[in-house]
Design a protein around this ligand. Structure first.
Ligand SMILES: [Zn+2]
Ligand SMILES: [Zn+2]
Length: 124
């Protein structure tokens, strides 16, 4: 059984995932940018049924008609995105205890990617 654990910055939210991720990716959409306060967010899908919170659960913000975003009510860390009725949810890879264990494989919503995100390739 796989075991991915993670949590928010302050430790109020702790979670465990008992199945393997799918579709790890970077999302450059404006909603991810605004909710995380970051130019890009790395996500992976996990089955909703594989997610267990160890204690407190995230607060939910309905960011669009069918989508809710879960975050820590104490420190604000962005934890998950859940679509109504979906069997999969998205988890922020950066909140995993071992974020290096899952490698994003593609980019989504590149139309919103910020031009200065490419400074690394310029400076190498
Ligand atoms: Zn927190
Ligand atoms: Zn997004």
């Amino acid at each position: 059984m796989s075991n991915y654990t993670g949590g928010c910055q302050c430790g109020y939210i702790r979670y465990r995932l008992s199945e393997e991720p799918s579709s790890p990716h970077f999302c450059h959409c404006r909603m991810c940018q605004r909710s995380a306060g970051a130019p890009v967010v790395a996500w992976a899908h996990f089955p909703v049924s594989s997610l267990k919170y160890e204690g407190s659960e995230p607060s939910l913000y309905r960011s669009s008609e069918n989508t809710q975003r879960g975050f820590c009510p104490k420190c604000g860390s962005s934890i998950c995105v859940v679509d109504d009725g979906d069997e999969l949810l998205c988890i922020t890879l950066a909140t995993l205890d071992r974020p290096e264990a899952v490698t994003p494989a593609y980019d989504s919503h590149l139309e919103s990617s910020l031009p200065w995100m490419h400074w690394q390739s310029r400076n190498r």
